[in-house]
Design a protein around this ligand. Structure first.
Ligand code: GLN
Length: 538
């Protein structure tokens, strides 16, 4: 077996350049050549994990199968590589410090002054190498969050510098920068890239490859100039021009030989160029789709699209596989009222009721659900969305006027959604929800069963509240069926109204488990229903 190779991806000039997409694209290309690849994210903030962060801060919180609340880039890694990630794939400065401080208290460093260098950097290095050692990957790609030059990412960059000495030929560094276009001068500018590479060099790290993000195609001369000024081999300067979908990026990188150059630099066999056939077929389907479906996402973080990243991507994947263009509308649930609901939702072919926490915006979700149910529009409720479906049904069909979740109203006379028993003694907010993959048994004949084509499934979770089984009989008698149940705890995982065209709510989050080559069956079923419903009503 070869030794694991480590590839670091850093970013310069500005944030949000898409390091995660570049890392994922490279990972995809190496994987397509038969290598075992994983991608890791190092985030420079002090939270132990992003679970306690408001989505407005860093977008969606992703959840791994092993129940870790992780950075949303892990979603990209999984969507591209079609491989699960784990707790070790998402590390924050907070976790590094916590581990070092725990060791200090245990006495592991007895007698020594504990310092950023070497103790924090040693811990960072240990966490990077852990993945290769534990799972025997051929390649570990480590994406360093933040921008080179930030005070808070310094220990990460210093660790990369040290690892380059330690790992020698088994390691390389890719730096992603931005080349702006100045419209008035009709010119692209490489100076920010030069400065950013210089900054990296000042920290002792020489990049082996550069990826230039740009809105305009860069000519050979510019690439050559950047190579020369930045001390990088001429063929190792890639450009990443804006494309219509992130899923095109692996192809653009392959055209420039990115994977071959990486393999050559790391002394690995290159072999045949992969055709990426299924990936290309997916993109062709996207290109060839002519008909559009209009889907609304009703939630409270709609101003920031990243807040529902995995849902957007799952919808897009399912739409493409159903040969449709996705026209996704984000609707602020806080603004929805009985008066404006028709205007907001009547034109929609299908609606997703988003997950979430807290009171803000839920009343609008109830208004939306009532309208969708009464107008038989395909509706997909996820986590809080499913809980809202149950509450709305209890209120408007069972006539339990003040039915609610105890998350929203502790004194509700009808707690149709209530805190899980195991949550009642929990006081810490971090990492304490019901997290990760759990089993669910589906009822034969249900839409959900048909979607998955099997009785037993596993999907990921992130919640504290649950369907209150005291109301199960009443709800079922009135037409809302509990068709997915956790076999160990009896917890209701899926509700459906079988008399409607497609009205399904899941306590779990199917969006965390939908990849380009393996779209989630329930999203596929939802979009299929949307398409059929639309055809029938035409
Ligand atoms: N707030 C709800 C709960 O904790 C739903 C969570 C979610 O939508 N992820 O149960």
């Amino acid at each position: 077996m070869n030794e694991t190779k480590y590839i670091f991806v850093t970013g310069g000039v500005i944030s949000s350049l898409g390091k995660g997409i570049i890392a994922s694209s490279l990972g995809k290309l190496l994987q397509a050549r038969g290598y075992k690849v994983t991608i890791q994210k190092l985030d420079p903030y002090l939270n132990i994990d992003p679970g306690t962060l408001n989505p407005y801060e860093h977008g969606e919180c992703y959840v791994t199968v092993d129940g870790h609340e992780a950075d949303l880039d892990l979603g990209h890694y999984e969507r591209f590589l079609n491989e699960p990630t784990h707790k070790d794939n998402s590390i924050t400065t907070g976790r590094i410090y916590q581990s070092v401080i725990d060791k200090e208290r245990r006495g592991d460093y007895l007698g020594k002054t504990v310092q950023v260098v070497p103790h924090i950097t040693d811990e960072i290095r240990r966490n990077i190498k852990l993945l290769g050692a534990k799972y025997k990957y051929d390649f570990v790609i480590t994406e360093i969050g933040g921008t080179v030059g930030d005070i808070e990412s310094l220990p990460f960059i210093e660790s990369v510098r040290q690892l380059r000495w330690e790992l020698g030929k088994n390691c390389m560094c890719i730096h992603l920068t931005y080349v702006p276009y100045i419209a008035a001068a009709k010119e692209v500018k490489t100076k920010p890239t030069q400065h950013s590479v210089k900054q990296l060099q000042e920290s002792g790290v020489q990049p082996d490859m550069l990826v230039l993000r740009t809105e305009h195609l860069l000519n050979k001369e510019i690439l050559k100039k950047v190579a020369l000024f930045c001390n990088v081999e001429a063929d190792a300067v890639m450009q990443s021009v804006d494309v219509s979908t992130i899923y095109e990026v692996p192809l653009r990188m392959q055209e420039q030989g990115m994977d071959e150059i990486v393999l050559r630099k790391l002394g690995m066999p290159i072999g045949e160029k992969p055709t990426l056939q299924p990936w290309r077929e997916f993109l062709d389907k996207k290109k060839n789709a002519t008909e559009t479906i209009k889907i609304a996402l009703v939630g409270k973080y709609v101003e920031l699209q990243d807040a529902y990243k995995s849902i957007n991507e799952s919808l897009l994947q399912a739409a493409i596989y159903n040969n449709r263009k996705l026209d996704l509308h984000f609707i602020q649930s806080e603004k929805l009222t009985e008066e404006n609901i028709e205007k907001n939702l009547s034109g929609m072919d299908g609606v997703v009721i988003a997950p979430g926490f807290g009171q803000r915006g839920v009343e609008g979700k109830f208004v939306a659900i009532k309208y969708l149910r009464e107008h038989n529009i395909p509706t997909f409720g996820i986590c809080l969305g499913m809980q809202c479906m149950v509450i709305e049904y209890a209120r408007n069909v069972l006539g339990l006027e003040d039915a609610n979740s105890t998350e929203m109203d502790l004194n509700t006379p009808h707690k149709v959604i209530d805190l899980m028993e195991e949550q009642k003694n929990i006081t810490n907010m971090g990492g304490s929800m019901r997290l990760g993959a759990y089993k669910c048994i589906l009822q034969k004949g249900s839409k959900t069963y048909q979607a998955y084509g099997q009785k037993e499934i596993e999907e990921r979770h992130r919640h504290r509240f649950e369907f209150n089984n005291d109301y199960k009989k009443q709800l079922e008698d009135a037409g809302m069926k509990c068709v997915g149940i956790n076999p160990e705890t009896d917890l209701v995982e899926v509700v459906e109204i079988p008399t409607l065209s497609w009205f399904v709510g899941t306590q779990y989050h199917p969006e965390y488990n939908s990849t380009v080559l393996k779209p989630n069956p329930l999203f596929m079923s939802f979009i299929k229903a949307v398409v059929e419903n639309k055809q029938n009503s035409n």
